[in-house]
Write a protein that binds this ligand. Sequence first.
Ligand SMILES: NC(=O)c1ccc[n+]([C@@H]2O[C@H](COP(=O)([O-])OP(=O)(O)OC[C@H]3O[C@@H](n4cnc5c(N)ncnc54)[C@H](O)[C@@H]3O)[C@@H](O)[C@H]2O)c1
Ligand SMILES: O=C(O)C[C@H](O)C(=O)O
Length: 313
Amino acid sequence: MPIKRRKITVVGAGFTGATTALMAAQKELGDIVLVDIPQLENPTKGKALDMLESTPVQGLDVNITGTSNYEDTKDSDVVIITAGIARKPGMSRDDLVNTNAGIVKSVCENVKATSPNAYVIILSNPVDAMTYVAYQTLGFPKNRVIGQSGVLDTARYCTFIAQELNVSVEDVRGFVLGGHGDDMVPLVRYSNVGGIPIEKLIPAERIEAIVQRSRVGGGEIVNLLGNGSAYYAPAASLVQMTEAILKDKKRILPVIALLEGEYGYNHLFMGVPTIIGGDGIEKVIELELTAEEKAALDKSAESVQNVIKVVTG
Ligand SMILES: NC(=O)c1ccc[n+]([C@@H]2O[C@H](COP(=O)([O-])OP(=O)(O)OC[C@H]3O[C@@H](n4cnc5c(N)ncnc54)[C@H](O)[C@@H]3O)[C@@H](O)[C@H]2O)c1
Ligand SMILES: O=C(O)C[C@H](O)C(=O)O
């Protein structure tokens, strides 16, 4: 059998979906199918064709197509779901729950029918609850249903640490646990720059300011943009997760996973450090937490649980 290119479907051809498609193509991760609603079929085809016409200039051997027909997405290896409405200034991500739950459910019914073996990455907000909706609708094993929040939240946190110290972003390591809300938990104790704990390099009150800015990092962009939310860093995060799966990289990345006892939570989707490789979420890594860290995580888990209750009734 000839070896075929991988197939990546991106559902939702808006700001994040289109940017994700282009960034994935730029890494030649596979052929890309961009999907949006039938009313937007022509603009979706137009965006895909415009991206495709950039490939000779960039030297990229990938195909990029736009559609509203899920038959065109058949047998995708990875499906990325960005469909849904985004918040505006003054809104919380949780305000999107009812509209986006309906959208994610209908998208997942189509994905289940056409790409039953896909690894599915969910971005639509409120993303912890939307990952739960996707898991319920798809009926796929838990390792194949993965929510995106921690890669982005960690990227923001690391950006601010690098800025603070005026050092390369490449040397900053850290991660953010918990739900994708304002009570997410950046883990200071496990953060370092070139192996040096940040607590040795940055005064405590500046670390606290960085933690706080990271927690509300999504809102900072929403307020600056005025009519939508972040999409460059979210798209880069989705592409890093997709690459980890398609290249079986076994990256340690914080993603939204189904917890069944880990960290003391059950039947809860929330951000935790994991190993991501060719079989999706291959392992949830459990870290020892201090009482203070666990209390912060409990608070975040409670917020996620409250949103999940809205969709479970
Ligand atoms: N989890 C995260 O870290 C994170 C980061 C960024 C954005 N988001 C969320 O991702 C979602 C998309 O954000 P955006 O900025 O790309 O929004 P956007 O409005 O630019 O794009 C959303 C697209 O989804 C499409 N869509 C709606 N219903 C659909 C359906 N049933 N099938 C296919 N497509 C459908 C819309 O037509 C639109 O083109 C929002 O809910 C936003 O809050 C989450
Ligand atoms: O903040 C938002 O509404 C979008 C996204 O969740 C983000 O963190 O940028």
